[in-house]
Ligand binder design. Structure first.
Ligand code: FES
Length: 311
């Protein structure tokens, strides 16, 4: 855990607040790469994941928080209560959305999804990699980092709906072309739909969810199964109304948790045996189908009667 101070707080567009964080001890904060996020422990008792943005060479961290009308507490606290000089605890950066080597890059952002992609654009520019950033906003006033983006070649802010504009902005799949996508669930769904129609496959389209996947029909948590620890052989039933993480904690097992909604990756644990019923939105479909799988203990369940995990 890192102890940081809110060093600056300013408006980015009419819907977001940028927050600069510096280390309390005055040292440089740990290095990070675009796509990384930190868990921010807010004094109102909630922990929220925010992407780091801006230039990754900076010694401070920059996050940008959109004002959500249906805030569950985090965005409201940042917008209404957080003040410069305030002390916060944050995790070290974790990157589940890394920028890989690619010949050409397409960045597609909607709303507050700009935060990781703005950092990617700066890095691609510095590395001399060919890229285009399409940033969709409802109106120009709501765009974050608008001034910086307008000075950056290849970054275009659109006020047209991505529903219609994507058909023009998302080309057919090409070797060497990779896309990174971030925004609300509906936007990402639309991108995936257009991309699939244009021949893109999962390995070239990288996305990060900011919202948990909608629960399965009826919202039920599923059948009862057993979770077993590979290290000790201890096993416990996981009832339909509890998560694997809750059952483990009740039995004294330390489980790293953060979002508890399947969107941050803190609780991902390797699976030794069993068939996971994946319910997180952190992992890609390829990762969920790989031989070496990980299970999100906070939300996923099991299709097999027993799940053996590497704890
Ligand atoms: S705690 Fe965030 S994915 Fe499980």
């Amino acid at each position: 855990m890192l102890s940081v101070i809110v060093d600056g707080l300013w408006r980015e567009g009419d819907k977001s607040l940028a927050v600069r964080l510096v280390a309390e001890n005055g040292e440089a904060l740990p290095a990070w790469q675009p796509g990384a996020h930190v868990d921010v422990h807010l004094p109102c008792g909630v922990v929220r994941q925010y992407s780091l943005t801006g230039a990754c060479e900076d010694e401070s961290y920059l996050i940008c928080v959109g004002r959500e009308s249906a805030s569950r507490g985090g965005s409201r606290y940042v917008h209404e209560t957080l003040r410069p000089g305030q002390k916060l605890a944050i995790s070290t950066p974790r990157n589940l959305f890394p920028l890989h080597q690619a010949e050409r890059v397409l960045l597609l952002a909607a709303g507050i999804g700009i935060t990781p992609l703005y950092a990617m654009a700066l890095q691609l520019k510095a590395a001399g990699t060919a890229f285009t950033l399409h940033y969709y906003v409802r109106n120009r006033e709501s765009a974050a980092f608008a001034r910086e983006l307008s000075r950056c070649d290849g970054c275009i802010i659109h006020t047209t709906s991505p529903r219609t504009a994507l058909a023009e902005h998302l080309p057919t799949a090409e070797l060497g072309l990779h896309a990174w996508v971030c925004g609300p669930a509906g936007f990402m769904e639309k991108v995936r739909e257009v991309a699939a129609a244009r021949g893109w496959d999962d390995t070239h389209l990288h996305s990060e969810a900011f919202q948990p996947v909608a629960p399965a029909a009826g919202g039920e948590t599923g059948e009862i199964f057993t979770v077993k620890l590979a290290s000790t052989g201890e096993r416990w039933p996981v009832p339909a109304d509890k998560t694997i993480a809750q059952v483990l904690q009740e039995n004294g097992v330390d489980v790293p948790l953060s979002c508890e909604m399947g969107i941050c990756g803190a609780c991902l644990t390797p699976v030794i045996d069993g068939v996971v019923d994946h319910r997180d939105s952190v992992q890609s479909e390829a990762e969920k189908g790989a031989t070496d799988q990980q299970v999100a203990l906070c939300c996923s369940r099991s299709h097999s009667g027993e799940l053996v995990i590497a704890l």
